[in-house]
Design a protein around this ligand. Structure first.
Ligand code: PHE
Length: 354
């Protein structure tokens, strides 16, 4: 048996040396390993071998079988590697030690400013919330004390879906009711003040020019607790804006009308370019209008389940709406709002955070 195996081994080795592709390899494998193959023939011969030699012969055949199998496995890997190499050579030369020439991406300027603001507000204990772009009339208007046919709706004309009562939100204030309902129970049970900011994409029916877009970004913020006053509002706004512009900013409040705040304000900052003396950027006024805000209207707090009919002034709060798009224009000196939505990679990849 030993001699027979040796002869077969020689034959196998010489045939294997010639094999260079998968189909030839399979042919050879069948001629050795299949039911009609050479190794099976050896097995058959076992029956004619004297009993006392059977065990040893059987072991020899098994060892040979394993040897052949592992040679097939090795060859298979070898053929695959060779095929890959041939393919690479044929397409292009490939040097894995070369540095990658792939350009890295960059963040959109609005994303940069949004993240910066989120960090600042988080450091002041605010939660960052997300909200839908498609909302209903109740959340966008009714819950904000803007009844049907109220003239304030004119300024916020937006896009209505064919599904009844569905529209694209015209301001981030549309999330106020949701935030109040989400955090109201904790405020009442454990006295944890509601402090949340919620950035979002907003839509309005606008004629587009360098200063107007039908799609823009805002970041809304609310703080609700017992005894919240206008001084709290001014403190948070001033701190946040000083961090964004990396210098101490001077702010002032002017009266402003929004049905969901009472009193309502326009918060201006002293012009950062001329320091208040007057220049073309601030239209010679020395001030820039930046952030509408005010004390949340009692009706809005009631809609949000914060105050009750019996105790309508138990909690108070402030709200503000920051124009993220506007802020990005000011911070990065972008003169045309359309740059943000045009998707021009050359324009959009120039911005970096501080
Ligand atoms: N939602 C208002 C707007 O987009 C801004 C605002 C927010 C005003 C919060 C007051 C308080 O015009």
């Amino acid at each position: 048996m030993k001699e027979k195996i040796e002869v077969l081994r020689q034959k196998f080795q010489s045939q294997m040396a010639e094999v260079s592709d998968d189909s030839r390899l399979e042919e050879l494998r069948l001629s050795f390993m299949s039911k009609k193959g050479a190794i099976q023939d050896l097995m058959k011969e076992l029956s004619q071998i004297p009993n006392d030699q059977k065990k040893e012969a059987g072991q020899l055949i098994n060892a040979f079988k394993q040897e052949v199998q592992s040679k097939f496995d090795e060859k298979k890997v070898e053929i695959a590697a060779l095929a890959e190499k041939l393919l690479l050579d044929a397409t292009e030369s490939y040097d894995e030690s070369m540095p990658s020439a792939c350009p890295t991406g960059s963040y959109h300027p609005i994303t940069l400013i949004q993240r910066e603001l989120e960090d600042i507000f988080e450091s002041m204990g605010f939660d960052v919330e997300d909200y839908n772009e498609i909302v209903d009339d109740y959340h966008c208007f009714e819950a904000l004390n803007i009844p049907k046919f109220h003239p304030a709706r004119d300024m916020q004309d937006t896009y209505y879906l064919s599904t009844p009562n569905q529209l694209l939100k015209s301001h981030t204030s549309a999330a106020q009711n949701h935030i109040m309902k989400k955090y109201g129970p904790k405020l009442k049970e454990s006295g944890r003040p509601i402090r949340a900011v919620f950035p979002g994409r907003c839509f309005r029916n606008e004629a587009i020019d360098a200063c107007h877009e039908n799609t823009f970004f805002q970041m809304e913020g609310v703080m609700i607790d017992k005894d919240i006053s206008i001084s709290n509002l001014i403190y948070f706004m001033k701190t946040m804006l000083s961090e964004v512009f990396e210098k101490d900013v001077t702010v002032r409040l002017r009266p402003g009308f929004f049905p969901f705040v009472e009193p309502g304000f326009e918060l201006d900052i002293q012009c950062l370019i001329c320091g208040g003396d007057g220049c073309p950027s601030c239209k010679n006024s020395g001030w820039l209008e930046l952030c509408p805000c005010g004390m949340i209207h009692p009706n809005v707090l009631k809609h949000g389940g914060i105050n009750t009919e019996e105790n309508p002034f138990e909690y108070t709060g402030f709200a503000f709406g920051l124009g993220l798009t506007r802020l990005a224009m000011m911070k990065y000196g972008v003169k045309d709002i359309r740059v943000f939505n045009e998707g021009d990679i050359n324009a959009l990849s120039q911005f970096t955070s501080k």
